[in-house]
Design a protein around this ligand. Sequence first.
Ligand code: ZN
Length: 123
Amino acid sequence: MTRASGTRVSVNTVKILFDTRAAAQLRFRRNCTGSPRCVISPADALLHELLHARKMLLEPDRFIAQGGMGGVLYPYIHEADVISAENALYAAMVKTDGLERPQRPRHKHIGKMLRASCAVCIN
Ligand SMILES: [Zn+2]
């Protein structure tokens, strides 16, 4: 989880809460349990959170316009932007290391936390 702190019109700091043993299932199709096409490791989950932090800190006006500092509604458009960046990053990583990772629709931000045996493990 990534939290921005500041005012309604500025982002001052960002805090990332990260568990080195928390994997996440992002896709829920048949045969997804334990599949690298559906589950991300804690390390890859941290990359998702870093993408949040990057957008919050480097594009604060956009983040604020998306309701990021309002605290009333969940900033769905910001999350969708992060998922788009995540899909691009994970696709580039798959080309580099050959390890499958989930690709998910921009509007599907739900995930189920799973216990992982190491920071780069999916189970
Ligand atoms: Zn997110």
